[in-house]
Design a protein around this ligand. Structure first.
Ligand code: GLU
Length: 369
C-alpha cells in the first residue's frame, strides 16, 4: 500500500542535512532519508526529491573566508558542490538518479515549464529518481526562487504531487521558538495558514541553509492552496521516517485547502486564457470523453488561432461544441504540420518529437467536469 495513501510526493531536504558541517557532504542524515525514499518507491509512492546543499557541499573547495560570501564565490562553490551532492545521494540508491536544475525563469516560461513537466513524467515512468535543485551556478538574484522550500512547493504543483514533505531540523512548527521558549509546543495540525501561524515561525535561524520556518510556511501556503497536503518533519530523526512508513502522521500537517484535482482543473479552466482552438474528429472526442485519454495529433482536423507551445487552447468537435480546454504541447504552426498524423510520424515531419500527444490528459479539463 502506498505510504500514507500518497501516490506521489515531493520531499525537500535542506543543506543542513546534506552537509551538516558545511564541509562537504555527509551521509549522517541521508541514510535514513534514502531508506525512506526506497521504501516509498517499493510501496508504490513515487518520489521527487528537492535537494539543497550545492553551496554547502562545495564550500571547502573554494578558499574564501569573509562573510557574507559574494555571489561569484557562492556560484563557484555551487558548481563544485552540486556534483558532490548528487554523488552523495546516488551512492545510497540502487536505482538511477536524475539531476534537474531550475531557475525561477524556467518555471515562469510556459514552454520550459511544459518541458520540465514532460521530463519529470518520463523520469518517473522509468523509475528514475528526479533530484531537483535551483541552478545556483547560473541563477542571478533576480532569477532565483531563492530558497528550496518555495522551490519544492513549485515542484510539487508542477509534478501534481499529493503531498509535500519538508525536512527540518526540528519536529515541526512550534507555538514559539523551542530553542529559546521552554514551554513552546509542537503544532500537529494547521487547517489554515493565518498571520498567527507566520508569527509562530519567527525568522530564519540557519547558518547553513537559506530558509527557516518562514520559508517553510510560505511553501506550505503555496502547496496547500493548490490542493497539496504539506508536512514539516524532522529530517534528522530516523524515527520520523519510521512513523511515516507505518502510515502515522508526525511533524506538522498543513491541510490542503481544496482537492488537488479541482485546483488544477480550476486553474486550467479559469486562469488560462485560450489562444486558439483545435477541432477534433469524433473518435478523438470519444477517447477524451469516455476514456480520459490524451489528445493525439491524429485526431485533430483543424487548428484556429496563432499560439505557442504551452498556451491554452479550446478543444472543439466538428459540430462546434466546446469539449475541453488544455495546454498545447505544440505551437499552431507545428500542429498544422502534424494534424491528422500518427504520433510515430511527428519526428519525421518536424525533425523532433518532444511529445507524442498534442495535449496531455493531465493538462486537460473537460467542460462537463
Ligand atoms: N539551492 C541552494 C543550495 O543548494 C539552497 C537554497 C536553500 O538553502 O534553500 O545550496
Amino acid at each position: 500500500m502506498a505510504v500514507c495513501g500518497w501516490k506521489r510526493i515531493v520531499l525537500k531536504v535542506g543543506s543542513a542535512l546534506i552537509a551538516p558541517n558545511a564541509a562537504g557532504c555527509s551521509t549522517r542524515y541521508l541514510l535514513s532519508i534514502a531508506r525512506f525514499i526506497a521504501e516509498c518507491r517499493a510501496a508504490g509512492t513515487e518520489v521527487v526529491l528537492v535537494s539543497s546543499g550545492s553551496v554547502a557541499a562545495g564550500r571547502n573547495a573554494i578558499s574564501y573566508k569573509q562573510l557574507p560570501l559574494p555571489i561569484n564565490v557562492k556560484q563557484a562553490m555551487a558548481a563544485v558542490g552540486q556534483s558532490r551532492m548528487m554523488a552523495s545521494w546516488a551512492q545510497l540508491f540502487d536505482f538511477d538518479c536524475a539531476q534537474i536544475l531550475l531557475t525561477h525563469d524556467d518555471l515562469k516560461d510556459r514552454r520550459r515549464y511544459l518541458n520540465i513537466d514532460n521530463t519529470l513524467r518520463t523520469l518517473l515512468a522509468n523509475q528514475v529518481l528526479p533530484i531537483v535543485n535551483e541552478n545556483d551556478t547560473v541563477a542571478t538574484a533576480e532569477l532565483k526562487v531563492g530558497d528550496n522550500d518555495n522551490l519544492a512547493a513549485m515542484v510539487a504543483i508542477l509534478a501534481d504531487a499529493d503531498a509535500l514533505l519538508i525536512c527540518s531540523d526540528i519536529d515541526g512548527l512550534y507555538t514559539a521558538n523551542p530553542r529559546t521558549v521552554p514551554d513552546a509546543a509542537l503544532v500537529p495540525q494547521v487547517t489554515q495558514i493565518t498571520p498567527q501561524i507566520y508569527a509562530m515561525a519567527g525568522g530564519s535561524h540557519h547558518a547553513i541553509g537559506t530558509g527557516g520556518m518562514q520559508t517553510k510556511i510560505q511553501a506550505a501556503d503555496k502547496a496547500t492552496r493548490a490542493g497539496i497536503d504539506t508536512l514539516i518533519i524532522n529530517g534528522q530523526k530516523a524515527a520520523t521516517f519510521d512513523e511515516l512508513l507505518a502510515n502515522r502522521q508526525c511533524g506538522t500537517l498543513f491541510h490542503k485547502q481544496q482537492e488537488r484535482v479541482s485546483a488544477k482543473k480550476h486553474w486550467l479552466r479559469h486562469s488560462l486564457k485560450p489562444r486558439g482552438q483545435l477541432v477534433i474528429d469524433e473518435g478523438a472526442g470519444q477517447a477524451l470523453l469516455s476514456r480520459g485519454a490524451s489528445l493525439l495529433p491524429s485526431g485533430i482536423t483543424a487548428i484556429n488561432g496563432d499560439f505557442e507551445k504551452g498556451d491554452a487552447v479550446l478543444v472543439q468537435s466538428t459540430t462546434g461544441q466546446t469539449l475541453a480546454q488544455g495546454i498545447s504541447q505544440y505551437s499552431s504552426p507545428e500542429l498544422n504540420k502534424i494534424r491528422g498524423v500518427h504520433s510515430q510520424q511527428i519526428a519525421n515531419i518536424l525533425g523532433y518529437c518532444p511529445s507524442e500527444v498534442a495535449i496531455h490528459r493531465d493538462d486537460l479539463v473537460l467542460f462537463r467536469d
